[in-house]
Design a binder for this molecule. Sequence first.
Ligand code: NI
Length: 192
Amino acid sequence: MALLKIARMGHPVLREPAAAVEDARAAEIQRLVADMIETLRDAGGIGLAATQVHVPLRVVVFSVPAMRAEDAEAEPGSARGPVPQTVLINPVIQPLSDEKVQGIEACLSVPGLMGMVPRFRRIRYTARTLDGSVLERDAEDFHARVVQHECDHLDGVLYPQRMTDLSTLVFIDEVQRPSRGVTAALQAVGAA
Ligand code: NI
């Protein structure tokens, strides 16, 4: 396994749509996913798309830790519960309603910043897993947000492009200063 270099906003690989994976069980995909998981762990992020590590293939790894889940007691992998480490190959998202909600996002490819991004509140997503089987899940709120953020990477879209109020794009260490009143609000949504 190896730590992979993470591309930052401005690198062309982050702007190009990624290609579908032909065989999820191929050795190079298994190796890529193992390296992505190690890289994500090292970076301390929630999710990572293959395009972020310079590989233009439709592969995502993510999890939703219990402390970020809407309902920590809900069944793991359920719409509002914590989600164990999950690998999505060729994922497809279907919104389950038109409702969108704003929430704070950050990205390993946009280091140091965060901002408010509107996302569909409820989605269904399907993907291949590493053994080639089909995964289908419903997701709500933070779980749905993470999947939409990561799948956007596969289409060459970074979260600032989804923002509707750029005044909320801020440096994390600037708003986290103790003297700033906004800190309490950010902590309330789990972003600080
Ligand atoms: Ni990202």
